[in-house]
Write a protein that binds this ligand. Structure first.
Ligand SMILES: Cc1cc2nc3c(=O)[nH]c(=O)nc-3n(C[C@H](O)[C@H](O)[C@H](O)COP(=O)(O)OP(=O)(O)OC[C@H]3O[C@@H](n4cnc5c(N)ncnc54)[C@H](O)[C@@H]3O)c2cc1C
Length: 500
């Protein structure tokens, strides 16, 4: 069957978008690679503490489950366009019943890209030792499985995300030896209005750090990890404003969580040819108009792929994209098409009424009609907040001085800094040429981990990804894709020689 809408991503943006469209009577499928809905922020359940907004999210997810096809453990590795304009969403999944991956293809009139972001690590000597994790990795272990990454943990990097990671680990019983913030302490306080909006949350983290006696140090960062078989200690450096090292001391620990912000996941959009722009922090993100529509017909994007800005913004953008998609579907069906019975958020079960559905969405309609001014203003405010965050916690160039010649830049292909420099000496002037000559980003993660660092080392802003395959997919899954011609021959008995 052809869905009116396929949503990729089951975080706050994807769930809000899918629910808005499903409540308006559209045939909707939502696909997520995870084992439960929630995305990076709401991926809970193992931890008892209640995140702000979690109850509402869980209510939305329950209603969505009843109104749409929710496909979990489905990884989308490509989206392609059919000659009739429909989109094919190619997924790989695993069943308990059979070994290996299986291919699933969904057909859709419209696509909402709500794929979120992933961690942005920076390389430093020893970052490939067991026990060194990204901050998001440490948090995912904790939230997803209740696993604490170590007994004595150091948290380092930049940005407010270090705070929930450190307080979460401390609350779960780990001894957090310190949070080392590479930028200055003022951070958000430089933007008084925004600081006001988040002051309650910041005060909560400060109180939790104080309760667990976790020191919070600014202008300091971990610049090296040491250990024979796993991390046993880290070098913490005092930094000048450009992150050049001005002094060091060693801290013994058995785990290190590092994070330098997030990289929006936009591969599915760039595969389809969506236009991109560079966000304040230099990350490529998908360009969208006021209704979250990309430059490619039938494709919308919401949440982190449009720019990192937090879960509240992601949820709001998901709703707005949902409204725009409903308006588009009604326009396509004809001005006098009536919504399906029950296709209105006014009929939604208690608890989801605060999700603005399609009740008031006009047929087609201008951006102003689809996105009421109140929502537009709210979106602008949260976007400004996201951009202020990126300005307050930039990545400064001094980190490149933390590397030695033998420091691995790309862990998948084991490319040390010296090979990157060699490629540059041979004439590579951008990250792509460095990749072709020295192979960083050619391995399993396809540059997700090292791509940002390689761009910085090459002296350019990260470029939009150009990957025909967005996520790793097995040959088995590809082989399980059948075409009508394949099906015809499947009736032939296997022992019939003419079949070979
Ligand atoms: C590692 C990490 C940890 C974070 N922790 C916090 C936190 O503690 N507190 C906080 O306020 N903010 C946190 N954030 C920021 C937070 O993620 C966002 O503000 C918010 O979750 C964004 O919502 P979203 O819907 O845009 O994306 P997400 O919530 O990230 O949801 C995206 C979903 O898309 C799915 N997906 C992606 N690609 C594919 C694909 N190809 N196929 C199938 N599924 C796919 C993912 O599995 C994920 O479930 C974190 C971000 C990251 C990257």
């Amino acid at each position: 069957m052809t869905y009116d809408l396929v949503v990729v991503g089951g975080g706050p943006a994807g769930v809000a978008g899918a629910l808005t469209a499903a409540l308006a009577g559209l045939r909707v499928a939502l696909v997520d690679s995870g084992i439960r809905l929630g995305g990076q922020y709401f991926r809970h359940a193992a931890r008892p503490e209640r995140a702000p907004g979690l109850d509402r999210f869980l209510r939305q997810a329950r209603v969505l489950d009843a109104r749409a096809d929710v496909l979990l453990r489905h990884q989308v590795w490509a989206v392609s366009r059919e000659p009739d304009g429909d989109l094919l969403v190619h997924c790989a999944t695993r069943d308990a019943s059979a070994p290996g991956e299986r291919a699933v293809v969904l057909r859709a009139r419209r696509l909402l890209i709500a794929t979120g972001a992933h961690d942005r690590p920076l390389p430093f000597p020893g970052w490939d030792l067991p026990g060194v994790l990204t901050a998001g990795g440490a948090q995912a272990l904790l939230k997803g499985g209740g696993v604490v990454a170590g007994r004595r943990i150091v948290v380092s990097g930049t940005g407010p995300f270090l705070l929930p990671v450190a307080t979460g680990l401390a609350g779960a019983g780990a001894r957090v030896l310190g949070v080392y913030e590479a930028n200055g302490g003022l951070g958000l306080a430089r933007h008084p209005v925004l600081a006001l909006g988040k002051s309650g949350e910041a005060a909560g983290y400060a109180a939790a750090l104080a309760r667990h006696r976790v020191p919070y140090r600014t202008r300091q960062a971990v610049v090296a990890a040491h250990g024979e078989h796993e991390v046993e200690a880290v070098t913490v450096a005092r930094l000048d404003p450009d992150w050049n090292v001005t002094g060091t001391h060693v801290v013994e620990c058995d785990a290190l969580a590092v994070g330098y912000g997030f990289v929006p996941q936009i591969e599915l959009g760039t595969q389809l040819g969506c236009e991109t722009r560079h966000d304040v922090d230099g990350s490529p993100v998908l360009s969208v108009d006021a209704t979250l529509r990309t430059s490619v017909p039938g494709v919308w994007a919401a949440g982190e792929p449009v720019g990192v800005g937090g879960w509240r913004l992601a949820e709001l953008e998901g709703r707005l994209a949902g409204r725009a998609i409903v308006a588009d579907a009604r326009q396509a069906r004809g001005a006098d098409a009536r919504p399906a019975p029950g296709a209105d958020d006014r009929t939604a079960p208690a608890g989801v009424r605060r999700v603005p559905g399609a009740g008031g969405v006009p047929v087609g309609g201008s951006a102003a009609a689809v996105v009421p001014p109140l929502f537009a203003r709210r979106r602008e405010r949260w976007r400004a907040f996201g951009e202020a965050l990126q300005r307050a916690y930039p990545v400064k160039p001094g980190w490149q001085g933390w590397l030695r010649d033998d420091t691995l830049v790309c862990r998948c292909e084991e490319v040390p800094l010296a090979r990157v420099r060699e490629a540059q000496a041979l004439g590579a002037t951008d990250a792509r040429a460095v990749k072709l000559l020295a192979r960083p980003g050619m391995g399993w993660c396809q540059g997700r981990v090292c791509g940002y660092a390689v761009s910085c080392l090459a002296g350019e802003r990260p470029q939009p990804p150009r990957r025909p395959i967005a996520q790793p997919v097995t040959l088995g899954a590809l082989a399980s894709l059948t075409t009508p011609a394949d099906d015809d021959t499947s009736d032939t008995p296997p022992d019939d020689p003419s079949a070979h």
